[in-house]
Structures are given as C-alpha cells and as structure tokens.
Design a protein around this ligand. Sequence first.
Ligand SMILES: [Fe+2]
Length: 304
Amino acid sequence: MAVQSIQLDTLPASPEQARLWCAQLEDGEILYFPQTPAPIPAEDLDFLLNQRQSGASIHKNIAYKPDRDRLSGWDSQTMNDAEVNRLRGIMQRYSGSVTAFLTGFLAPYQGRWRRDYASYRPMEEQGRDLPLRRRNDLLHTDAFPTRPTRGARILRFFHNIHPTRTRDWVVGEPFRRVVKEFAPRQLSLPHSQSSAGRAAVRLARATGLASLVPRWKRTPYDEFMMQLHNAMKEDAAFQSTCAKVFVQFAPGSSWMVYTETVPHAVLSGQYALEQTFLVDPAAMVTPDSAPVKVLEKLVGANLT
Ligand SMILES: [Fe+2]
C-alpha cells in the first residue's frame, strides 16, 4: 500500500510513465494529486460548499448519472428548482472535466470504461450514525448491491473541496493479500459455475438481497465481492489488527484508486466530489491483477 504523489507540472507524461501509473493503480496503490488536475470554477465551489443536507437527505450522497443527465439525492427541503438545475450543471461539468483529464492521463486504457455515477458528499464523515454494512469508517472494499459490475473494475476519482480540512482515510493491504485471508476463512468462495450459482442464491436469500437484485444479474464474481465487502466490515478482529496506513488528503487535492480491491475507510472530512468509472478488466496493463482473474485462478472456474 502506497501513495504515489503526482505534480501537475510533470504532465503530460511519457507513454512509459502512463503505463507505470496504470500498473501502480492495478497493484493497489493510490495516485495522489496534491493539486487537483480537474479544478472547479470558484462560483461552482461556493455553491457546493453552501449545500446542507437536512432531514431524510442527511445521510445521502448527491448522485449524478452522466449518461442520463439525472441528479438524485438532493435535499428537497432546502433546494428550489433553480438550485437543483444549478447543481446538476455543476455535476455535469465536474463529470466531464474528470473524464477529459483521465482520457489522456490513463491513455493505456484507451477509454475502455463506462462512466458511472458522479457523487457529491457534503456531510461530515466523522460520527455518522449508519448501519454497520453502510458505515464508511470501517475498512472495506467496494461492491454495488444493486448494480453488479460483472467483473468490471471500480475506479474512483475523488476531490477534497473542503477549503481548509483534510479528508482522512485508512487504507489496507491490496486484494491479492486480503483475499487469501478472507476466502478460505469466511466466504463461500465458489468452486464451480453451478455450485457458485447455488451459493449465490443462498447468500442473496440469507442477506435479504434477493429482492433487490434479479438473480440473473449477479455473477458469482459479484456475489463474492459483495460478501467480501460485508465480511470485512463485520470482522472486528480484522478491523483492529490488519495492516493499515493512515492517509490525509489535503484541501484542494484529488486522488484515485481501485476501490473494489483496496480496503479503505473514511474517518473524517467533509465536502468531497467523486466520479466512478467501470473499467474493462481486459484493458489492464497487468491483466492478471484484475480481481476477477485472481479469483478465477483461485477456484479454477469462470466467475462471470
Ligand atoms: Fe468505499
């Protein structure tokens, strides 16, 4: 686990350097920009910093779906239509500028990704009162309960827009190490396509997720990744004894990481933007590092 700091005056990088950065991401490292490469206009920043979630919206991220230009999670008690439209425009610009930057910066991927949601997280992360499986302050790898990725990788690009405070994370050891600890001990890692399917259905029923996700939409890979997310959060011994590092992201900085493979927890911080990309695992510069490949090698079966 390491943080690679990148200064903007070193960009654009050589093709060799770009491949190295991709390889570092795929190896579980965080690429950190002390100064964000996707800056936000001052008037947009002011608007974002003045947002307050209240009532039923207090625990929600504001989410923006780029392909539909749709905003959700905004606070209907405090925002009027004009403000909602303004916020949608800000998120649209943010999503577009991050995508434009990464299209060049991650050139080795050749745009082999789907742009997923962008989000704005205006709430204070410290002391949030959330159910265990939804807590962000426990180390976890990301998995989407209702939107299986079917093997695609979850790359997230963040921006701490708080004017003065750091955003504080804890980061654990990458997938290839933690998976060895969790797979045999706590998870019903599938042994074949058919038994995996049966295990997936049993698990979905046991966790109450069967009603949320049509069975055919989730691959054995998705089932495993969801189980891994839950098992990490529920394992108090892992939380307290696993190897981890404390990382602070400065005001105005950005960072990106494959969050489905790097265990992370958010301890404190307020006002962050984020854009998610679902990257084709076949586009990796080190294809064997993709979690679907690691798991398939472990069980000797196709998981998607
Ligand atoms: Fe997460």
